[in-house]
Design a protein around this ligand. Structure first.
Ligand code: FMN
Length: 196
């Protein structure tokens, strides 16, 4: 059976990137819990053909690959840098070009980075409604990290690490539960010792 496809998408426009480091850390935590087919993308991968595309048909090949990977994923980790108190414009532009029905019921971990703690609720006030539009299954634990949480580009804050661990657990619980066989009523009675 094919492994669940997890796409880790980060809205950074340069590398190295704190947002990409956060998204990578979440993906790594998920990978320790379940076998997954993980693909990583950022705005740099999409290239300049993303911003100049005002419609899906105008996307360059690299940008189309990113949009299609998101649509074809079984689950997502999405992260954006906070720009002016919200998600970055090009991050939103990617999702403006995603098919509105493509993410329905798919588990999504929401993440963001900012310069300081002031905009921590961007994950709740900006990202959660966006993925609500898609009918995605946004997981309860969203993750925000700011400059002070990184040391030499690596996440160093214990609180953020704990949230990463919690979110990765929520994601892999769903992905592995989806793969368990659904038992019939009679099978459940036998398995729980209730059958006579
Ligand atoms: C145009 C711009 C706007 C920004 N606006 C905010 C902001 O409103 N709040 C905040 O906390 N940080 C803000 N920042 C800081 C970035 O969110 C922060 O440095 C982020 O971690 C950068 O992520 P990256 O390394 O992935 O690019 C802004 C940075 C830029 C370049």
């Amino acid at each position: 059976m094919a492994l669940p496809r997890l796409v880790a998408f980060s809205g950074n426009t340069h590398r190295p990137s704190k947002t990409r480091a956060l998204v990578e850390a979440i993906a790594a935590a998920a990978a320790t819990r379940a076998p997954l087919d993980i693909r990583r993308f950022d705005i740099v991968d999409a290239g300049p053909g993303l911003g100049s595309a005002w419609a899906r048909e105008a996307l360059s090949l690299p940008a189309r690959r990113v949009v299609e990977a998101i649509e074809n994923a079984d689950a997502l980790i999405v992260g954006t840098p906070v720009y002016k108190g919200a998600y970055a414009g090009l991050f939103k532009h990617v999702f403006d070009l995603v098919d509105p029905g493509a993410l329905a019921n798919k588990p999504v971990i929401l993440a963001a980075t900012g310069g300081g703690p002031r905009h921590a609720l961007v994950v709740e006030h900006a990202l959660r409604p966006l993925f609500g539009f898609f009918g995605a299954l946004s997981l309860p634990t969203a993750i925000y990290a700011c400059d002070a949480d990184f040391q030499d580009g690596v996440l160093a804050d214990d609180g953020v690490r704990q949230r990463i661990s919690a979110a990765a657990g929520e994601l892999t619980d769903i992905l592995t539960a989806e793969r368990r066989p659904v038992l019939s009523f009679d099978e459940v009675r036998v398995a729980t010792g209730q059958a006579r």
